[in-house]
Design a protein around this ligand. Structure first.
Ligand SMILES: Cc1cc2nc3c(=O)[nH]c(=O)nc-3n(C[C@H](O)[C@H](O)[C@H](O)COP(=O)(O)OP(=O)(O)OC[C@H]3O[C@@H](n4cnc5c(N)ncnc54)[C@H](O)[C@@H]3O)c2cc1C
Length: 373
C-alpha cells in the first residue's frame, strides 16, 4: 500500500516508540507538528520489556518521569522494569498522537523538495515533512572481537541477551565490562555461579546517596544533569557505577571477583593478562551499544554507523533529528528524566524547518509559474 499525504498535512515521522519516540510525539504536538510514530514492537514501550528481569531504575520515581505524567506512587522508590513498561503504556495511551505498532522502518530517503520518504517492512511508503530517529541502541549491541574469539566453544553472549541468573547456576562465568549493567549482572550471577568481572581498569563507584538524598537530587540542584559532555568530563574523568555500597563490598569480598581484562580466548576458556589460561563456561560481554540507525543509510548521513549531528539536529539533512543518543546534549539525554528536554529542542528545530518549507513552497510555485528561477 502506498500512502499519499498532501504536502500541507505531511506528518513528521518518528521512528521508534520508546520513551524517546513518545517524548518526541508529545513535544511535536506542542510545536504544532503532526507526529506519526512508527514502532517495530507490539507495544510502544521501547526496549524496556527486553531488559533483564531484576532491573530497577537507578533514579527514584520522582526523577524518572517524562514531561506531563508523574510516575505515581512513592516518589522515593526505585521503580522496577515492569513498572516502567506500565508507565510508558499509560504515557502512550494519554497521547493524542498517531502511534502505529508492528511497523519497522526499513529506509528513509530524501526528496528534492526537502521532505522525506519513509519505507516500512510492510511495503508502505510514507511522505514526511521531517523525521525523528528515536530507535534507541538496544537493537545494536556492541561486541568487541578478541584474539581467537572464533575458536571459543563455550557460551558467548552480549548482556542484551541476559534475562536471569538461574541458567548459569554452578557454571564458571566471566562478565566483561565496568559499567552499571556489567556490575549489576556480575553481582546477581555471583549468587548462582563462580563469577569474575573482567575490566580494563578498576571499577569506580558513585554513591547512590549523599547526605541522605539520592544522587539525582544533587544532579538536579547543582545543574550537573544538564552539563554538556566536554564540561562534565573535565569535572568527572571516569565513568562510574552507581552504588549504595553493596557492589563495592561484594567485589571486595570476591563475589564477583574482579580481574584485569583477559587478552585472548582459547578453545574452552580465556587467557588472563598474566598468561595463565582458564576454562570458562560462559562469557557475557556488557560492552555497550551503538545507535540503531541502519534505515538511515540511504541518506548517506552515517559516519561508521554514527549520525552526523549536533545536539540531536542533523548536520547533513534539514528536517532530520535524533533523540535518545548518549550525551546528545547532556548526561541525562539518554534517560527517562532527560529525554523530554531534548525532545522540545529537536522538535522546535523540526517545526522551523517544516514551516520554512511551507512558506517557501507557494513562493517556489509562483516563481515556476512566472518562469523566474
Ligand atoms: C539495561 C539498561 C538499563 C537502563 N536503566 C536506566 C535507568 O535506570 N534509568 C534511565 O533513565 N535510563 C536507563 N537506561 C537508558 C535508557 O533510558 C533506556 O535504554 C531506554 O530504553 C532508551 O529509550 P529509547 O526510547 O531511546 O530507546 P528504546 O527503549 O530502545 O526504544 C526504541 C524502540 O525503537 C524500536 N525500533 C528500532 N528500530 C526501529 C525501526 N527501524 N523501525 C521502527 N521501530 C524501531 C525498537 O523496537 C525499540 O523498542 C537503561 C538502559 C539499559 C540498556
Amino acid at each position: 500500500m502506498i500512502v499519499h499525504v498532501t504536502p500541507r498535512t505531511e506528518p513528521v515521522v518518528i521512528v521508534g516508540g520508546g520513551q524517546s519516540g513518545l517524548a518526541a510525539a508529545r513535544a511535536g504536538l506542542t510545536a504544532g507538528l503532526r507526529p506519526v510514530v512508527l514502532h517495530a514492537g507490539v507495544e510502544p514501550v521501547g526496549s524496556w520489556p527486553d531488559y533483564y528481569d531484576s532491573l530497577t531504575l537507578f533514579s527514584p520515581a520522582r526523577y524518572s518521569a517524562l514531561p506531563g505524567l508523574d510516575f505515581g506512587g512513592d516518589p522515593e522508590r526505585y521503580p522496577s522494569r515492569d513498572e516502567v513498561v506500565a508507565y510508558l503504556r499509560r504515557y502512550a495511551a494519554g497521547l493524542d498522537a498517531d502511534v502505529r505498532t508492528g511497523v519497522r522502518v526499513t529506509a528513509v530517503r530524501s526528496r528534492p523538495d526537502g521532505g522525506y520518504l519513509v519505507h516500512t517492512d510492510a511495503g508502505d511508503e510514507l511522505a514526511a515533512a521531517g523525521v525523528v530517529a528515536a530507535s534507541g541502541s538496544f537493537g545494536n549491541p556492541y561486541l568487541p572481537v578478541l584474539p581467537s574469539q572464533e575458536r571459543y566453544a563455550g557460551e558467548l553472549c552480549h548482556v542484551a541477551d541476559y534475562r536471569r541468573p538461574d541458567p548459569y547456576a554452578g557454571r564458571r562465568v566471566v562478565v566483561v565490562g565496568a559499567g552499571n549493567s556489567a556490575v549489576q549482572v556480575a553481582h546477581e550471577l555471583a549468587g548462582y555461579a563462580d563469577v569474575t568481572l573482567a575490566t580494563r581498569a578498576p571499577v569506580r563507584f558513585l554513591p547512590q546517596r549523599i547526605r541522605g538524598r539520592d544522587l539525582h537530587h544533587w544532579l538536579r540542584v547543582t545543574g550537573a544533569d544538564l552539563l554538556p559532555r566536554p564540561v562534565l568530563t573535565r569535572l568527572v574523568r571516569h565513568a562510574a557505577v552507581l552504588d549504595t555500597g553493596i557492589y563495592r563490598d561484594a567485589i571486595a569480598a570476591g563475589a564477583p571477583a574482579r580481574r584485569a581484562m583477559f587478552t585472548a580466548f582459547t578453545d574452552d576458556g580465556v587467557v588472563w593478562s598474566d598468561g595463565r589460561t582458564e576454562r570458562v563456561d560462559a562469557v557475557v560481554f556488557a560492552t555497550g551499544y551503538r545507535p540503531h540507525l541502519d534505515y538511515l543509510a540511504p541518506l548517506g548521513t552515517l559516519d561508521r554507523g554514527l549520525p552526523r549531528q549536533r545536539a540531536g539536529i542533523s548536520t547533513t539533512h534539514p528536517g532530520l533529528g535524533y533523540l535518545g543518543l548518549e550525551f546528545q546534549r547532556s548526561f541525562s539525554s539518554n534517560t527517562l528524566r532527560g529525554v523530554g528536554r531534548d525532545a522540545a529542542y529537536v522538535t522546535a528545530a523540526l517545526a522551523a524547518h517544516v514551516s520554512g518549507r511551507s512558506r517557501r513552497r507557494p513562493a517556489a510555485r509562483r516563481a515556476a509559474a512566472s518562469g523566474r528561477p
